[in-house]
Every structure is written in C-alpha cells, then in structure tokens.
Design a protein around this ligand. Structure first.
Ligand code: 6R9
Length: 646
C-alpha cells in the first residue's frame, strides 16, 4: 500500500464528453429486459434497488442455470470474511457449460472457431467439445484423477486447453492453468504450491511466430515437483520431445481407445467446492493461489457475460486474452459457454504476422463482440488507421477492454476506427480475485472515454481514504467494495491469512489495491495499483517476484523493481540493482540480468531498464521504498515519506 498512485491524476488527459447509447440498442438490451421484469426503465433506480435486493437479484441469475439440487441459503457469513453463496446447492459448472446444451439446438451450434497462430482454423460445435471433454475426462479418470485433486495445465490457447479445463472440472478436480509466458521455475512454484498430481501440456507451439518449447520447460520444472505423477502431452506440432517412461503419456494414445460416445457424468459438487486455483501476483515474492468455487463463480460470470457483452444467440464473441489469465478463464471459457455463445479462440498475437491480424480475424469470423486490452489498442494505433481500414468490420456491435486503465485517446481511437464512431466501448474493471467484472458500463449507459462508468447491479463500490471514509467527488482514493458478491475468491490456497488482508486493510470492506476517482455523475475512473503490483501490457506481475529473481543471480546484492509509465504497455519494468563487490556495471551485465529474469520468471517479466546504483531508499525496518524510487524517476515530489518508516 506504499505507492499512492493517485497522485498522478492530472497527468491523465481529461475527457468529459458523454456518448449516449443508441435507443435501439437500449430497447433490445439483455439488462433492459431484466430491469423491466423488475419494473424499472432507468439504471439509477434499478441499481439502488439492487443494493437493497442483492439476494433477489442473484437468485434470479442462479435460477437460469441448472442445479442438481437447489440452494437453501443465498448468502451466508460463516466466519468473517469466509462467506458463502448458494449454500446447500449441488452444482457443476461444466454441466451448465456443456451437458445442458445437449438437450437443445445449441448442441449443433459452434462453440469455438479456433484461429491458430499460423492462420489455420478449426471449428468445434458444442457437441464436439462435449465429446472431447468426456473422452479426456475418462482418460484422466483412468489415471486416477478424482474429486479434489489438482491438475496443472500449461498449454497454448487451443480447443484442447479448454477441454482439459472442462474435463478436470467435470471430475470435480481442480485446475490450475499456468500462462505460457511463465518460465520453468514459475511453473514449478505453482505446481508445488497446488500440489498438483497431473500436468497437461503440449510438445511445442508457436505464438506470434516464436517457438515455445512447452514440454522442455515442463521437464525443467518437473525436476523439482514431487507431487506430479503423470504428464499428458498433446501433440500440438508433432515435434519430437523426450518422454519419460512411466510418467509421460501422449494424449492421442490415451484417447485412442476411448470411444466418442463415452460419457463421464459430472461430479455433483457443493456450490462452495473448489473449481480452480489461479496464481496471481501480489506484494510479496510468492504468487497467490486465488481460489474460485463452482456455484457463485458460475452465476457471476454467467450474468456479467450476459449483461456487459449483451450476448445474443447469433453473436460471434471474441475475447483476445490468453486463457492463462483470469480474463480467459471467465470470458473465453466459462462465461461464453454458460451462455451457449459462439466464441473465437485465438492462439496468436495482435501484430503477427502484420498489424491487421485482429481485424482480419474479425472479418474472417464476422465477429460481433470484441474484448481486448488497452495495450493491444495502443500498440495497433501506432501503425495507423490504414490497417483496420483494409477490413470489413461491419459485423461488430460491441467493443470491450480490460486489464489496465484505458487512456481517453486510445478509447477514442478504438471507437472511431474499429467502432465506426458508433459502437459502445465497455471498459470493464475487475481482478483475478473478483472472478467477474464488477465496474463496467452495460450497453444502456452513456459512456465517458477512460471511465469504467458505474458498478454493476448489487456491487457497492466506493472510493475512500485510508480510514474508510468516502473522499470528495473528483478526489483520488482507494477503491473498495462494501459487500461480498458471488464470484468473489473464497481464499488464497493454503494461506487463509493472506486472504484475510483483503478484508482487513480497511476494516470490513474489500480492498482492491487500486486508486480511483468518482466524478459528479457517479462515474469511476480507475487509476492503477497502489501496491507493488505492476501491470505490464495488462499482465500482472509483482515487484518482489522480479527482485527475487534478480538477487538469485550471483552478481546481484540487492534489487528493486518499479513500474514506469509506458505509452504502449501502460507500464514497463525498471529495476535498480546493487552489484556485489567484484562486479562492474556494463552493457553485458545489463543483458545478462535481463536474460536471467527472462529464463527465471518468464519473457513477460523481462526488465526494460536496468540502472546500477550503490544504495536503495529503505524504511528503518529495511523495506525498500519503491514509492520513493518511482517518484524520483518521474520527477515528482516524494510525498509523505515518514509514514513509510514503519
Ligand atoms: C481482469 C484483470 C487486476 C488489476 C486491477 C487493476 C487493473 C483491470 C481495469 C484495470 C483500470 C480497467 N485493471 N481492469 N484498471 N481499468 N478496466 O486484469 O485481472 O490480472 O488480476 O489484474 O488490473 O489495477 O487491480 P488481474
């Protein structure tokens, strides 16, 4: 909580224009249909009602899904802050993603168009995905995977990755997906923390034309992962990879004797049973295993997909994220499948092979809803308007962004060039911990560039000072949520004390770790992290993770990592390094240390700048004052340094 990011407010270009929604869109909006069913035609009144009728709202949402047995209590504090939702319910999220659709016309509908890195594609119907998931579930079951076991997944964005997640979940086992941009030691750390029994991966894959040696990276990690019994390897490219007898198995060999009509019934889970663990960065060096559960998470992502993206039966929805991040979990896999939507799965990157890759994908699949990151937009802006102009983007009807603040300039570019000056831009604020979108427009609200607008129904968000008192309109403060919501994380895996800190930093409210302001019409502007989390190109990293990696290098005595504003990536990483005696600063040393972090944490954590120093500012207790480093770097006043001397 040391870097009070909201000091930088005035560096953000202010944009006060409001863009009203089109009346036809409002008339047809999913959220409007629900509001009308409750007797409302105006969001303000509906939102106020929802704060008073939280349980009614969520009961209505939950009833649209299939329960093996209904819940008896919608919301319950057990031991604060360990709350529960839909208590007593029996449920499986995969039954709702797949099985339920087998009884309707959705069975033959396209679940995913897969766009591979090289531009080739594959189409899977809901039935195809159901068949693949069941066969894989059977294969996992044959290997002894059962309810409660942890299965680690380290794969590129492919239909097999989705099936691996769903097969695991079908059995009541818990998946932990590790993003392909993380290196062996990061994978190892996550596998060990989760004590995973099985690892699912591929031989090799390409992303943005670059080779990623998945199996090789796994082998390195597996040297120190005692809990892994079996490794399942999908042949993504058919390259030759070493296989360890007794441990490593090719997926095609496991699946060959499992017929297409195999059905492994969904395990009937309690609402509060674990669904997945997803590791994310916090203020310490150790990543946090954020825990989500079947019932509340499903209801949250189902409802937000339906209302924020206004999903209709004939939409082609594309979220460009990687499934290894929470955005992919909630809005590529679970949210769209729960809604029976057709999605695009994208294995590649925005600028490969050319800066019109996104727009060619939109044209190719006639995408109607695109959900991407501010970094991708800013990166593509640099290449000019001629790249989107080459393509027919007329299928689009809704645009979305997530992961970091979007500057008004990028927002306007997106709306103008991709949204033909007419389409709504959904700037969605949420976190790995929140499970689902919490602050975001829906298609019925007037929009303001750079603002995530208002909290979604039932979400009691506020901006407060460190004592929890609301700040004045327009003033910066800490973003908090006053009451739990269904898709909220339930704990940090194996570390409930760390989970408690979210609800104890400011007593009895959820502390998001972001700075924000609220304007005179109640619109939120989220400004970025106030802790030692760095958002590089929307990827969440921790200062301490990068620092621990650096100090593991024999030449480094101490290191401090900060995020520095970056015109494209939002933030980039700068590190300050004190070398051990006998080592001299040099360009070769810079390159060596960058490479060290790259192979240690992963390519996404590679520092952009390294400065050699002889001292670092510290508190009396020896904690590095990254805030001071950042302020110095940006030429800003140091602020109140004394409060940090804790
Ligand atoms: C979904 C996701 C969470 C952090 C969050 C905040 C930043 C996300 C944002 C945004 C401004 C938005 N963030 N969405 N900041 N406007 N629309 O990104 O999860 O990786 O856990 O990161 O991302 O700083 O606290 P996660």
């Amino acid at each position: 909580m040391s870097n009070l990011g909201f000091e930088n407010t005035d560096t953000i270009l202010m944009e006060e224009r409001l863009f009203p929604p089109s009346p036809e869109v409002v008339e047809r909006a999913n959220i409007m249909a629900y509001m009308k069913s409750k007797g409302f035609d105006n969001y303000e009144n509906f939102y106020r009602w929802s704060l008073e009728h939280r349980e009614e709202f969520w009961n209505d949402m939950a009833r649209e899904l299939h329960w093996f047995q209904p819940w008896h209590t919608t919301f319950q504090w057990t031991e604060k802050p360990f709350f529960q939702w839909f208590v007593g319910g029996k449920f499986n999220i995969v039954y709702n993603c797949l099985d339920r659709h087998m009884q309707t016309a959705t069975r033959q509908k396209v679940a995913y168009y897969w766009e591979a890195d090289d531009g080739s594609s594959r189409t899977l119907t809901y039935e195809d995905l159901y068949v693949l998931t069941n066969r894989l579930a059977k294969a996992l079951q044959n290997l002894g995977v059962k309810k409660g076991d942890r299965v680690a997944i380290y794969m590129p964005v492919t239909p097999e990755l989705v099936a691996a997640m769903l097969a695991t979940t079908r059995l009541g086992a818990i998946h932990t997906v590790v993003f392909g941009g993380f290196a062996a030691s990061a994978l190892e750390e996550r596998i060990n923390d989760a004590r995973a029994k099985v690892l699912i991966t591929v031989d090799t894959a390409h992303r943005g034309g670059k080779l990623i040696e998945y199996k090789k990276i796994c082998d390195e990690a597996l040297a120190n992962t005692p809990t892994i019994e079996k490794v399942i390897v999908f042949k993504r490219e058919g390259t030759e990879v070493p296989m360890q007898a007794g441990r490593d198995l090719f997926a095609d060999e496991l699946l060959q004797d499992i017929p297409n009509d195999t059905v492994v019934p969904c395990e009937e889970m309690d609402s509060e049973d674990l669904l997945y663990i997803l590791y994310t960065s916090g203020s310490t060096g150790k990543p946090k295993g954020v825990v989500h559960v079947h019932g509340g998470y499903a209801v949250g992502v189902y409802a937000t997909t339906k209302f924020v993206f206004d999903i209709k039966p004939d939409d082609i929805y594309w979220c460009t994220a990687d499934i290894g991040w929470v955005t992919g979990h909630s809005y590529i896999v679970y949210g769209p499948l729960l809604n029976g939507a057709t999605g695009v799965l994208f294995e590649s990157t925005p600028q490969y092979p050319a800066p019109d890759r996104y727009w060619s994908v939109v044209e190719k699949y006639k995408v109607t809803i695109i959900y991407t990151s501010p970094t991708a937009i800013r990166g593509l802006m640099r290449f000019g308007e001629e790249w989107p102009a080459k393509h027919d983007l007329s299928s689009l009807r809704i645009l979305g962004t997530v992961g970091e603040p979007i500057n008004p300039e990028a927002w306007m570019w997106y709306r103008h060039n991709i949204g033909r000056d007419a389409l709504p831009v959904m700037d969605t604020w949420w976190q790995t911990e929140t499970g689902a979108i919490l602050i975001s427009p829906t298609v019925i609200l007037p929009l303001k560039p750079g603002s995530a607008t208002r909290p979604l129904p039932t979400i009691d968000a506020a901006v407060v000072d460190k004592d929890g008192n609301p700040v004045e309109t327009g003033k910066g403060g800490f973003l908090i949520i006053r009451h739990p919501w269904p898709s909220m994380m339930r704990t940090i895996y194996g570390d409930p004390a760390r989970y408690r800190t979210y609800w104890e930093t400011i007593p009895d409210v959820y502390f998001a770790g972001d700075a924000a302001t609220i304007d005179e019409i109640g619109y939120f502007r989220i400004q970025g992290r106030v802790d030692d989390v760095i958002k590089v190109a929307g990827h969440r990293l921790g200062s301490m993770e990068i620092e621990s990696s650096l100090v593991s290098h024999p030449a480094v005595a101490e290191a401090a990592a900060i995020g520095k504003p970056d015109p494209v990536k939002g933030e980039h990483i700068k590190v300050f390094v004190i070398l051990k005696a006998g080592n001299e600063p040099s360009e070769a040393m810079v390159q060596e240390l960058k490479q060290h972090v790259r192979t240690n944490v992963g390519p996404i954590a590679t520092p952009d700048e390294i400065e050699f120093v002889t001292a670092l500012p510290k508190t009396r207790s020896g904690k590095i004052m990254r805030r001071v480093l950042r302020a110095r770097e940006l030429g800003q006043p140091l602020g109140d340094v004394t409060t940090l001397e804790a």
